[in-house]
Design a binder for this molecule. Sequence first.
Ligand code: TRP
Ligand code: SF4
Length: 333
Amino acid sequence: MIRKRILSGMRPTGKLHLGNLHGALSNWIALQNQGDYDCFYFVADWHALTSDYANTAEIRTNTVEMVVDWLAAGLDPVKSTLFVQSSVKEHAELFLLLSMITPLAWLERNPTYKEMTEEITGRDLSTFGFLGYPVLQAADIIMYKAYGVPVGVDQLPHVELTREIARRFNFLYREIFPIPEPLLTEVPKLLGIDGRKMSKSYDNSIFMSDRGDVLKKKIAAMFTDPQRQRKSDPGRPELCNVYTFHGLYSKPETVTEIGPDCRSAAIGCTACKAKLAEAVAEGMRPIHERRDHYLSHPDEIRAIIEDGNVRAARIAVATLAEVREAMKISHEL
Ligand code: TRP
Ligand code: SF4
């Protein structure tokens, strides 16, 4: 039986944080373990170049670090195909071909493009590659004739563009590509230790690799209910990031206890955080064990990526043959 394909990618940002783990990554793992889908997950290293072309020193180490976090979290390289975009050159060819049929206006009105060119100073983003970001993403997705693309809301405009590009290809040449569906799932809203969105660039992240004293210290430093100044002040757990974390890591009994205890000031934030630190350390233990395993077996990481690249390329090569044929650009006469 041919299972429906799922495809998603992440730019190589290096170490992942708990926001990534409980957002995209746990979603990927759930789809993998559901068993109904053939999952393809890749490192979008060419996409990293679209905005960071001037600083490429870390792309390679970031790629490996991120894959280690994927494996530690529970992506299974037997069940899922894990690969690196730049190792499957067909992505570049499909990108080129799709760029020929993508109207500039579709790219210029892309909200992410508009936002980033306005917000990001310091880097010159007025490049061809940056404008074409969604065309490369469309190539990534339709290459595998993906049925579903698990993404966050921020990526919806890109998936929408992918759908339009796929439709245009099908209309101009031949019906080769299924129209992919974005797969959105509800994810818990985890904030960084300073109460802002958890983000590597804000320096407020708890990393998947954090453990021991580092983990304890970060949790002890977390912002809580801003109205709770003294231990005797009643707290509002529903507004507290620490409480959201308890919901993910603590036993249900503990969570139901902490809620009222916080509201009645029966528990103080220091004690509440100490409990959380223990629960997180405990919950992350299997992930840390797998991480240690892979870090002491770098050859296994390499083999997993190589195997994934081969499995991805088998499909990519077949798709490109169909595409060239449909566009009459094939020289296999
Ligand atoms: N643009 C995505 C991000 O920034 C990464 C990405 C590249 C991607 N190609 C993709 C995601 C294809 C899903 C499908 O997170
Ligand atoms: Fe947050 Fe816990 Fe403090 Fe309540 S007791 S405000 S849930 S840290």
